[in-house]
Design a protein around this ligand. Structure first.
Ligand code: PMP
Length: 322
């Protein structure tokens, strides 16, 4: 795996080996972080970051919910990401911005109350292949419904992509993997389908897409939004509705969406075969359009600007694919 030798920290570049924190940092003890996962694709027009503005807006939103003032705004984070990709020399990579509470060694504060701890911002980057395995995109994956429940949004707001949320995701993922599945699907506290440990989920029923609403304790996924927009443009109806567990088994097609997972078909749930047990036709069509957009082989729906080209654009400037 190739890793960017430089890391962006609070407005400057440092060496990978220097990107370290104290063990008594607030984040280590209490999970005080918000982060993003962003892909840069090696598109037809060179490296291009997918939906950079939306990701950085979600980062800023997550930080706001947790009263973390990084001192950087959305545009500054976008510029930093573009500069980091340029510095890294990588044609394609996964970007990981993370904002967390560290430790002021001159004035340490070790309690739960976070506001006396400094806020630190970092962006790292590395080459990351297919998250759910190279075969997943075509053949689909076997998943289970988790015995763990997705957290209630009044306990941990799902709208924030916070590090602490991923303790719940880790329980789901460990149970799935150790049980011989690739991924787990969590139900929400009412028993309705929520999402995977790191992906949103879609059902295809009679040619329509159905996905849980934001109220089902899901992260407002940017790939989810991209698929909804692509589907509508393709004339495929999309409904955001509560979904019972059993409806997963009866779906014609099922797939996950996420920055890391992209669009990954699901071929079985709890060892029950979904549809024909292979990637479905609508899933395939959506994947094809999605990959064309990220590789700048076609424009985004409604003329939206989804790609930030690293070499053609000025820092942070977004260019429409055509
Ligand atoms: N849900 C969870 C819990 C996730 O971690 C992710 C990955 N960020 C997603 C959904 C998908 O979100 P996105 O498409 O913005 O990557």
């Amino acid at each position: 795996m190739k890793i960017s030798p430089k890391v962006w920290r609070n407005g400057e570049f440092i060496d990978w080996d220097d990107a370290r924190i104290h063990v008594m940092s607030h984040v280590v003890n209490y999970g005080t972080s918000v982060f993003e996962g962003i892909r840069c694709y090696n598109s037809k027009k060179g490296p291009a970051i997918f939906r950079l503005t939306e990701h950085m807006q979600r980062l800023v939103n997550s930080a706001k919910i947790y009263r973390m003032d990084s001192g950087f705004d959305r545009e500054q984070f976008c510029d930093a990401a573009v500069s980091l990709v340029r510095e890294s020399g990588l044609d394609e990579c996964y970007l990981r911005p993370v904002v967390f509470r560290g430790l002021d060694e001159n004035n340490p504060a070790f309690g739960v109350y976070p506001l006396n701890n400094p806020v630190e911002s970092y962006i790292a980057a590395w080459e990351w292949g297919k998250y759910l395995g190279d075969e997943a995109i075509e053949n689909g994956i076997d998943v289970c419904v988790s015995s763990w429940t997705r957290f209630n949004t009044n306990a941990l707001p799902a709208m924030a992509k916070a590090g602490a949320n991923y303790m719940n995701s880790q329980l789901i993922k460990m149970e799935a993997k150790l049980g011989g599945f690739s991924e787990g699907i969590a139900l929400d506290d009412r028993g309705y389908v929520s999402e995977g440990s790191g992906e949103n989920i879609f059902l295809v029923n009679n040619g329509r897409l159905i996905t849980p609403p934001l109220g089902a304790a899901i992260l407002p996924g940017i790939t989810r939004d991209s698929v909804i927009q692509l589907a509508r443009e393709m004339g495929i109806a999309v409904e955001e509705a509560v979904i019972q567990r059993a409806a997963l088994y009866l779906a014609d097609e099922l797939f996950f969406t996420g920055t890391a997972a992209e669009i990954s078909p699901i071929r079985s749930v709890d060892r029950i075969t979904i549809g024909s047990g292979k990637r479905g036709e609508i899933t395939k069509r959506l994947q094809e359009e999605f990959f064309k957009v990220v590789l700048a082989e076609r424009p985004a729906p409604n003329g939206a600007e989804w790609l930030t080209f690293i070499h053609e654009a000025g820092a942070g400037q977004t260019v429409t694919a055509n």
